[in-house]
Ligand binder design. Structure first.
Ligand code: ADP
Ligand code: ZN
Length: 617
């Protein structure tokens, strides 16, 4: 095992190989590392899973002194320290959850330079005692993780982050590296100003996540659709299901469990202990599904989340991208799946209407919702549309989204739109009654329901003029008109009303192109993404059996040590071991993710697991 002191003189690539067991740097990791090792400040923007941690962990090992990592995610510090310990890197943390003894030990280790990384909560850094402590040791660098928390306009604003500008004043010679996965160019500028990172070099990676397959489907029976997805494409996989309300979190978790899929709920209505326990289990055990409100997920760096499913429409593209980004940090194929329906639009518009805050705030919410709806209704490649939104142009189609894999038809929906809007126009005159989409569609389809006859709506000129489309298609028309602002909803019952723009369609001054869902909605598992870097070969049946044995070995080992399974080895590493079937420690050491420490610790055990299955069955 490399002793931490001999790494001080090592080249970053050597540290990458020996400690982390990886062959090559990704993206601009190497440039960032060299810049920080040389004492420069850096602002690093990389998508989730891009490999931000190594950007400060390797300089921490190469530069003299201890790297101080500021992170708001106290609950995850133990796991971060465990993951470093597993590769033989000495790390500790200081936060409010610790007992005084553990605290003193970490403080002493810091002062003596016996650790390489010290994790600190931002609020701790503001205290005089912490500052005095830092003055007593040698600081290699400051890493500011989740740096977007400094942004007052963002959703994760932490007031304690504002105080971090003092790092520069107090320790002007210590290099600082700020990292985030969420930043538009406006937030990026804000981070640089507020942290006084004015001379920092900016490293901005592409925000594309090629291994994530984006799919947005019309919502019919969302829980059943979800169940089918999990059974067909993700049996035994870990994943996150997002729901809007606590009640639907609970119901969905129960539904999945009742159908044989182990699922846990997570929302702000559960007591803190239950939440912490469920989060721990999700991180530690294999193949659990977390059903949660968006209260869950920040900083969850579980690498093998294989799917993120949304049962309700996210409020913004930013939120959607951040939540789906929690899938596939390990680079293996993963699914981002969203079921979206008319009711989502109605509900969200209503939430905006009744939200607190001034007009500007409500307009801002509406603009965010509109961008999200545009993503749902687009006939373009979803990835191209997403990246566009974040200011990244892409001219080619991705080959790994529902639009690319199973192109929807784009059809001229102008006449249909006119029929629907005229129906709304006619009903609109009966102000005393409330009519939603369902009633309008009944009229268009010529259904003489009780309500239709009661109001004499079967004698309207529009009655029965919409037979060319099925009910589901009409719902699609309503949804798309709502998405484009050509129709609006009002009040508690989702009453449809016209907007100023409706007149353009009714007056034939505007055509409306619509997305028609292809018959078969789910791309088959066999569909291989084109032109993306992350095509992973399916394991052969024999390799699958080995992989499963390695997984059980890993689960047992993780349990014994009280660490998350991925701290032992990532899925990607186990897959490669299963495929390559190394016969010696030397061969095993060539597998990506097997560094010196893990080889020494687990190498023999792995070879035994491999040999066990090799004999006659
Ligand atoms: P981020 O913090 O940017 O979301 P992480 O630092 O957690 O991402 O890295 C994501 C995953 O990629 C981790 O599992 C990490 O071990 C792995 N990884 C990072 N850099 C490399 C590399 N150069 N080669 C192989 N795997 C890497
Ligand atoms: Zn695409």
């Amino acid at each position: 095992m490399a002793s931490p002191t001999d790494l001080r003189t090592a080249d970053p690539v050597e540290v990458l190989r020996r400690v982390f067991g990886y062959d090559a740097f990704r993206g601009f990791q190497q440039e960032v590392i060299e810049h920080v090792v040389a004492g420069g400040d850096a602002l690093v923007l990389m998508p989730t899973g891009g490999g931000k941690s190594l950007c400060y962990q390797i300089p921490a090992l190469v530069r003299p002194g201890v790297a101080v990592v500021i992170s708001p995610l106290i609950a995850l510090m133990q796991d971060q320290v465990d993951a470093l310990t597993a590769v033989g890197v000495r790390a500790g943390f200081l936060n409010s959850t610790q007992d005084p003894d553990a605290r003193r030990r970490v403080e002493a280790a810091f002062v003596a330079g016996e650790i390489d990384l010290l994790y600190l909560a931002p609020e701790a850094l503001g205290t005089r005692s912490a500052q005095a402590l830092l003055d007593r040791g040698e600081i290699a660098l400051f890493a500011i993780d989740e740096a977007h928390c400094v942004s007052q306009w963002g959703h994760d604003f932490r007031p304690d982050y504002l105080a971090l500008s003092m790092l520069h004043e107090r320790w002007p010679d210590v290099p600082r590296i700020a990292l985030t996965a969420t930043a538009t160019s406006a937030t990026r500028a804000e981070i640089a100003t507020r942290l006084k990172l004015t001379d920092a070099r900016h490293f901005v990676a592409s925000f594309d996540r090629p291994n994530i397959q984006y799919r947005i489907v019309p919502k019919r029976e969302p829980r059943k659709q979800l169940l089918a997805l999990l059974r067909d494409e993700h049996p035994g996989d870990a994943g996150i299901v997002y729901c809007l309300s606590r009640a639907s979190v609970d119901k969905t978790a129960e539904f999945l469990t009742a159908n044989g899929i182990p699922a846990l709920p997570y929302h702000a209505g559960l007591d803190a202990a239950t939440r912490a326990r469920n989060q721990q289990r999700f991180l530690r055990e294999d193949g659990l599904v977390m059903v949660a409100t968006i209260a869950f997920g920040m900083g969850i760096d579980k690498p093998d989340v294989r799917f993120v499913a949304h049962l309700d429409l996210p409020k913004s593209v930013e939120g959607y991208y951040q939540e789906t980004g929690r899938a596939g940090r390990d680079g293996l194929p993963s699914t981002a799946w969203l079921a979206y329906g008319l009711q989502d639009v109605v509900q969200q518009r209503k939430m905006i209407e009744t939200s607190e805050g001034d007009l500007a705030h409500r307009r801002n919410l509406a603009a965010h919702l509109d961008a999200m709806l545009a993503l749902c209704e687009t006939v373009r490649c979803r990835r191209a549309q997403l990246l566009d939104y974040f200011g990244e142009r892409r001219t080619t189609e991705c080959g790994n989204c529902d639009t690319c894999l199973n192109p929807p038809e784009s059809w001229d929906g102008t006449v249909a739109a006119q029929k629907l809007l005229s129906t709304v126009f006619r009903l609109d005159r009966e102000r005393n009654q409330r009519f939603g989409a369902g009633h309008c569609i009944d009229i268009l389809l010529g259904r003489a329901t009780d309500k239709v006859t009661q109001y004499g709506h079967d004698s309207l000129t529009v009655f029965g003029i919409g037979g060319e489309l099925r009910e589901a298609e009409w719902r699609g028309v309503v949804r798309q008109l709502l998405a484009e602002g050509l129709l609006a909803v009002e009040g508690d019952y989702g009453t449809l009303v016209l907007t100023d723009a409706s007149a353009e369609v009714l007056g034939r001054r505007r055509t409306v192109m619509m997305r028609r869902e292809p018959e078969k909605v789910a791309p088959s598992r066999a569909a291989k993404p084109r032109g993306s870097a992350t095509v992973v070969a399916e394991l052969s049946p024999a390799a699958t059996a080995v992989f499963e044995r390695l997984r059980s070995w890993r689960a047992a080992t993780a349990k014994e040590q009280g660490v998350p399974a991925y701290v032992i080895f990532h899925d990607a590493t186990l897959r490669q071991i299963a495929t390559d079937a190394p016969a010696s420690l030397a061969e095993l050491s060539r597998v990506s993710g097997v560094g010196e420490n893990k080889l020494a610790k687990y190498g023999e055990q792995i070879l035994t697991v491999l040999a066990d299955g090799a004999g006659p069955a």
